[in-house]
Design a protein around this ligand. Structure first.
Ligand code: AGV
Ligand code: CA
Length: 311
C-alpha cells in the first residue's frame, strides 16, 4: 500500500530536492504539491517545481501557488536560491513546461485535494505552516482526512537559527516566518511529527558527501543533487551559520523510510509574541509532538543517494 502524501514547500534548495526525491519513492503516492513564497520567490520556485515534475515525475500532478504572506520575511539572499535551481540546464532541456498550475491558491487546493483523495493523507510541510492554518480556519473538518503532519520546524534548544534585529535568536525560521500559523496547527487535533533543528545535527552537508555525489555524477539524479547543493557552498574560512544541514531532505526521507530515525514525544507550545516569537518550548501544559532525536546518518545518505540513482 502506498502512502498518500501532500507536499507544501517553500522553494529552498532542500525543498526542491525533497520534491525530486518524493518522485522516486515507490511507497509514496504524491497527491499534489504547493509552493509558499517564504524562503523563496514564488515565480522561480513554481517553475522549478513544475520542471522537476516534468523531468522526473509522472503526468497528472499539478502545482498550486500560495498567496499566503508571513509576518517575518526571510533574508533575500536565501530567497534567491529558487532562481538558481530553475535556471539549471538539466531542467530546461525540453524547452517547455508541461505540468500545470492549479487554478486555486494553495490552501484551497489542499482542501480540495484532501477531500478528493480516498482515505487519509500525510501532510509533508518543509516551509511555514500558513497554508495549513488557513485551510483549518476555513474547513476544520479536513482534520479527519489527515493521517498526520510531518513538519520541518522548530527547535527545543536555546539557540535557534534566526539572527534578526528585535529577536533573541531562540526561534527556527519556519516557525518565525508565521508564528501564529504554527500556533493554530498546535491547537488542532492533528498528530505532528517534527524534524527540529537539533534533529538535523547529525546530517550536516559535509565535504565527504559532496565528494561522493561528485564521484557518482554519471547518474543524472546524483548529479542533480550535487548541482543543487553547489548553489549553497560551504564557507570554510568564514564562521557563520552558513553550514547547510539536510533539514527538509531528512524530513522527506522520514516520510519514505521512518526507521532511519528515532522519535520521542514531548509536550510543547509556540510563542507568538515578543522577542522570542517563533520559539517552540517544551512544557507539560503543551500539546504532544513527536520529535526526531537520532538519525542513522550513513543509512540516510545511502537512502537518498540510491533514490537519486533511480532518476
Ligand atoms: O530553518 C531551516 C529551513 C528549512 O526548511 N530553511 C532552510 C530549509 O529549507 C531556512 C534556512 C535556515 N538557514 C538557511 C535557510 C540558510 N543558510 N540558507 C537558506 N535557508
Ligand atoms: Ca524549506
Amino acid at each position: 500500500m502506498k502512502k498518500n502524501i501532500y507536499f507544501n514547500h517553500d522553494g529552498g534548495v532542500d525543498d526542491l530536492i525533497s520534491l525530486f526525491l518524493l518522485l522516486h519513492m515507490d511507497n509514496v503516492e504524491l497527491t499534489s504539491v504547493s509552493v509558499i513564497p517564504a524562503d523563496c520567490y514564488l515565480e522561480p520556485a513554481m517553475f522549478a517545481s513544475r520542471k522537476i515534475i516534468d523531468r522526473f515525475g509522472s503526468v497528472g500532478l499539478d502545482v498550486a501557488a500560495s498567496n499566503s504572506r508571513g509576518k517575518n520575511p526571510f533574508p533575500k539572499d536565501w530567497r534567491m536560491h529558487a532562481f538558481y535551481v530553475d535556471a539549471l540546464p538539466l531542467l530546461n532541456e525540453s524547452g517547455k513546461v508541461v505540468t500545470p498550475v492549479a487554478d486555486k491558491p494553495a490552501h484551497l487546493h489542499m482542501i480540495d485535494t484532501l477531500r478528493a483523495t480516498e482515505g487519509k493523507t500525510t501532510l509533508l510541510f518543509t516551509g511555514p505552516l500558513t497554508d495549513l492554518a488557513r485551510a483549518l480556519d476555513i474547513d476544520a473538518a479536513i482534520e479527519e482526512k489527515v493521517e498526520r503532519l510531518v513538519w520541518m520546524g522548530g527547535t527545543f534548544r536555546e539557540a535557534g537559527n534566526v539572527h534578526e534585529p528585535e529577536h533573541d535568536g531562540t526561534a527556527e525560521w519556519n516557525v518565525f516566518w508565521d508564528p501564529d500559523a504554527a500556533a493554530r496547527v498546535w491547537d488542532s487535533g492533528i498528530e505532528i511529527d517534527l524534524v527540529a533543528l537539533e534533529s538535523t545535527n547529525q546530517v550536516p552537508l559535509t565535504l565527504d558527501v559532496r565528494e561522493r555525489w561528485a564521484a557518482e555524477r554519471k547518474h543524472i539524479g546524483v548529479d542533480f543533487l550535487g548541482q543543487c547543493y553547489a548553489m549553497v557552498p560551504p564557507l570554510v574560512h568564514f564562521s557563520t551559520n552558513s553550514t547547510y544541514y539536510l533539514w527538509d531532505v531528512l524530513t522527506t526521507a522520514f516520510v519514505g523510510k521512518s526507521d532511519l530515525v528515532k522519535v520521542q514525544t514531548i509536550n510543547s507550545i509556540v510563542i507568538t509574541e515578543g522577542a522570542s516569537q517563533g520559539r517552540t518550548v517544551e512544557t507539560e501544559e503543551g500539546r504532544p509532538v513527536h520529535v526526531v532525536y537520532d538519525v542513522d546518518r550513513d543509512a540516510f545518505f545511502d537512502y537518498i543517494t540510491e533514490l537519486a540513482k533511480k532518476a
